[in-house]
Ligand binder design. Sequence first.
Ligand SMILES: [Mn+2]
Length: 334
Amino acid sequence: MPTAQGLRLVDDYDVFNGDADGICALHQLRLIEPRCTRLVTGPKREIALLARLPPQEAGRVTVLDLALAQNTQALQALLEEGAEVLYFDHHDPGEVPSHPRLTAYLDQRPETCTSLIVDHYLKGRARAWAVVGAFGDNLDASARRAAKPLDLTEPDLKRLRELGIYLNYNGYGERLEDLYFPPDELYLRLRLYADPLAFIAEDLVFGQLEAGYHEDMARARSVQPVYRDDRCRLFILPNAPWARRVSGVFANALAQADPNLAHAILIQLDEGFLVSVRAPLNRPYGAGDLCRRFPTGGGRAGAGGINHLPESDYEGFLVAFRSAFGVFSQAGSG
Ligand SMILES: [Mn+2]
């Protein structure tokens, strides 16, 4: 429903990353501050979502879990046309525009995520969903810390962790057709639940994602690394929807199983590769920096990705990955 803002007819928008962290962050916010909005989202890798808004028709815009650096121009355009923007994120923001109508809660520390930033903003009033979002971003220690005051049993905590992983799993894939559920549909379904445990018990989403996750993970686990040393491993997955869906959660699972190792997961595309990098969980630095050395790369300290690594850059990437994390890397010898 458009509302009048001054003399403009505008809509309010919620713009969010289609992974667990983005979806849970929005859900927490709207549980406590309900608002009728248009939803803009996509697969996890679609980051530049602000450009989809019509600047002249945007009123209050809330942005969650999307790197500001990849949205700067669109953000400027929105602000110039009169939009009021509230921004929550934990990725590298680049240069943050200073504007009276922009309020930004940005925190790049590797132990936090957008759901936890929103949780802080809401003073913990939708905490259980923040826990799910943090588990989804593979931040187990932070999620467990946030869950302390909820006094959950270990089995319930484990279910919240699984929900985070499955929601995150659903967000991967290069295109919407790879996903089990479009992220906006997923959000609309979990929006009915203040308690994630009730969602798990009542909505069929959990069971469907659980089955898909285990099937895809079993396939991924049968793949052998093409490069390995004592500090890092590199896997190449085939050009298939299951591989695109599972790559991110597979990387997270590998990182948790061997927290001292760095991992790179490459998915074969028609030409080149889609890349996910995870720094060692015990030393969560350098992943984003490594990925940014390639034209379509980005990310944060602990986790990064390259949307398209041309075949001809493969050797260069392997060298860069090994020197960032491998046996002969500086960090490795230090
Ligand atoms: Mn996130």
